[in-house]
Design a protein around this ligand. Structure first.
Ligand SMILES: Nc1nc2c(ncn2[C@@H]2O[C@H](COP(=O)(O)OP(=O)(O)OP(=O)(O)O)[C@@H](O)[C@H]2O)c(=O)[nH]1
Ligand SMILES: [Mg+2]
Length: 364
């Protein structure tokens, strides 16, 4: 289908959904419309651009990948340059950045990849601007830094909406839905939710070509979440919200803004170097990274540079970060630090390490 045709169809269905009240009598019909809508939206994002690709080519590197997302001119490139020493072009007009510009933030021994991308605009999920390319980068992120100018904080809503429409679920827990496809036997549903009948669940499954399967739901699931699960290409990613250019606000307006936006927002001025250290710390913490210090013998001093791992990492997984071959040789570790009760406690391969543990790997 032509892209224009798809857009028209989307607008039609949206109009119909918004005209319908949601209740037991309409939930089945609305569900089917929403399923159609989700499939059409996906078609737009998957349509190839004139140049042939559907997005920018990205190589994920280092201890985590962070993408800066915001309207044009909110100061993404200025921030990237300040955090990483990169040289992304900065200018007062929109769409200064035209492709992905990477940089590396060194923080507490971690090397965090930060990606600067073109500005996102309203309609991005429908293919406007560089929407498709930007949204394809967003999907590889371990963390999104959502940016809005302190002069226009309302713009968070625009980017959040575009990200949602493109299948990116921000700060949401993945709903607990499992779909076990089978060869025959029809559809079997276990678990239930108040807002959707079993019949609708079955109809939605069929809408996505699932005719034989065991579908289990845990907890209260919304229709949108169910469609997400059937479509299967949703990404669930944490975020940090940044209000930029606070140097442009008067003291009074800034005070008012921080009252309205509260603690989970980071207030910065990349130009005037305000709030950047706090932001770096926030990024590190939100990526759930921990520092492990290796020791060559149980008595030796730990190495200066930490091994950066994800929170919850086991002794075996940490060893694998060094190398697969090395991991095969070890049977446990002697640890000094927060994850054990006394210095040089011997632990097994499945022991979970904590931030700032000092580790001596014990060979078989
Ligand atoms: N006053 C002030 N101006 C800033 C700040 N950060 C960026 N700017 C200015 O805002 C304009 C846009 O900055 P960029 O860093 O290019 O913004 P961008 O978000 O990368 O823009 P696009 O690449 O077009 O999406 C430039 O004129 C910057 O000098 C800031 O903290 N304070
Ligand atoms: Mg830029």
């Amino acid at each position: 289908m032509e892209i224009e045709k798809i857009r028209e169809k989307i607008a039609e269905i949206e109009k119909e959904i918004s005209s319908l009240p949601y209740h037991k009598g309409t939930e089945h019909h609305i569900g089917k419309l929403k399923a159609k809508l989700a499939k059409l939206r996906l078609q737009i994002l998957e349509k190839k651009t004139k140049k042939g690709g559907t997005g920018f080519a990205i190589k994920k590197e280092r201890d985590g990948t962070v993408v800066l997302v915001g309207l044009p001119s909110v100061g993404k490139s200025t921030l990237l340059n300040k955090l990483t020493g990169a040289k992304s072009k900065v200018a007062p007009y929109p769409f200064t950045t035209l492709k992905v510009i990477p940089g590396i933030l060194n923080y507490e021994g971690a090397k965090i990849q930060i990606l600067d991308v073109p500005g996102l605009i309203q309609g991005a999920a429908m293919g406007k601007g560089r929407g498709k390319e930007v949204l394809s980068v967003v999907r590889v992120a371990d963390l999104l830094v959502l940016m809005a100018s302190a002069k226009n904080p309302e713009s968070f809503k625009i980017i959040e909406k575009e990200l949602y429409l493109a299948g990116v679920r921000i700060d949401e827990k993945k709903p607990e839905i499992t779909i076990e496809k089978k060869m025959k036997g029809g559809l079997e549903i276990s678990g239930q939710t108040k807002s959707i009948s079993k019949e609708t669940i079955k109809a939605l499954a069929r809408e996505f070509g699932i005719f034989n399967a065991k579908i289990s739901l845990k907890g209260e699931i919304s229709q949108d979440q169910l469609i997400d699960a059937f479509l299967g290409n949703r990404v669930y990613v944490p975020s940090i919200k940044v209000l930029s250019k606070i140097d442009l606000l008067s003291k009074e307006s800034l005070k008012k803004l921080s009252k309205n936006f509260g603690k989970e927002y980071f207030f910065i001025s990349a130009k005037e170097n305000i709030g950047l250290e706090k932001l770096k710390k926030g990024i590190f913490e939100k990526l759930n990274l921990i520092r492990i210090y290796l020791r060559k013998s149980p008595k030796a001093k730990p190495e200066k540079e930490p091994l950066i791992c994800k929170k919850g990492v086991t002794v075996l997984q940490a060893a694998k970060k060094i190398s697969e071959d090395f991991a095969k040789e070890i049977k446990g570790a002697k640890i000094k630090g927060p994850s054990v009760n006394y210095d040089n406690q011997l632990v097994g391969l499945n022991h979970r390490l904590f931030d700032k543990d000092e580790v001596f790997f014990v060979k078989k």
